[in-house]
Design a protein around this ligand. Structure first.
Ligand SMILES: [Zn+2]
Ligand SMILES: [Zn+2]
Length: 269
């Protein structure tokens, strides 16, 4: 397996995190030889060490924070300290995060760790690179704090629609995604809560029509409604292959990247 995504945690919402009904660890990716951790929530270090040597902490290239909420950023500092051996390693991992995570009242990064890493501030709809791996941010999400989704574009386009309320701009921003990973927190929508619900995801999938969708970041009502059942229902309704993530689940990307590469070659020809 060359490229893969490993969901170290799948919890979303305070209740599921507090009771650890699902792990609140982040999402690890190995793409084009790069090791990336997205949103290291509480418990990430424990789950990550547990997954060693399959995913080797000392070879981390980048950490990406989508926003500063505690369920996405709690283990950031301890992970930076561990992977840089307290600043004694030569290689400096990269940190990509919105300005709010780095500076200001609710920053999450401790000052003493700043020199151990290369910091890049994320902005909306901007291109970034981790060596030869390119990614792009989405439009700014509607989530109460500065939040951006992430889109990797190598052989295939893999996008993470992280925490947000639904708004039509999501469709345009994430259009053309081959694999969509969506933080689906609520079964039924509630006006004041800035998260996606099942109806929102149905709309997104019907419009974007990705090849595959992984739903994750489940709140209490999603667990109660049975995440697998909801995934099957969404698959049937939208004709998109929808899978509900489980803690520790591995998504093998090789097959997708091969398929997309072949398609691109046909187009080029
Ligand atoms: Zn969240
Ligand atoms: Zn959030």
């Amino acid at each position: 397996m060359e490229d893969f995504i490993r969901f170290l945690g799948t919890s979303g919402g305070r209740f599921v995190m507090a009771k650890q009904l699902r792990s609140s660890a982040g999402t690890f990716m190995h793409i084009k030889g790069k090791n990336i951790m997205l949103d290291p929530g509480p418990g990430t270090l424990v789950w990550w060490v547990d997954a060693n040597p399959c995913i080797d902490l000392s070879k981390t290239d980048a950490i990406i924070l989508s926003h500063n909420h505690i369920d996405h950023s709690n283990d950031l500092n301890v992970i930076i300290d561990v992977i840089t051996k307290g600043g004694w390693t030569k290689r400096k991992p990269m940190l990509f995060a919105p300005a709010e995570c780095i500076e200001g009242e609710n920053k999450v990064l401790l000052n003493y760790l700043r020199n151990f890493i290369k910091i890049t501030v994320l902005k909306a709809c901007t291109d970034y690179a981790i060596g030869n791996l390119k990614f792009k941010t989405s439009v700014e999400h509607r989530h109460g704090v500065e939040t951006y989704g992430i889109m990797f574009d190598f052989n295939c386009k893999i996008s993470f629609i992280v925490d947000t309320k639904y708004f039509p701009g999501l469709i345009k921003s994430y259009g053309g995604s081959d694999i969509l990973i969506i933080n689906l927190v609520m079964n039924k929508g509630k006006d004041k809560i800035m998260h996606l619900c099942v109806d929102d995801v149905r709309k997104i999938l019907s419009e974007i029509k990705p090849k595959k969708c992984i739903i994750t970041h489940f709140g209490r009502t999603m667990l109660k409604g049975d995440t697998n059942k909801i995934a099957r229902m969404l698959s049937k309704e939208t004709n998109v292959d929808v899978v509900a993530a489980e803690d520790g689940m591995i998504l093998n990307l090789d097959e997708f990247s091969r398929e997309c590469r072949d398609r691109q070659m046909e187009l080029d020809f």
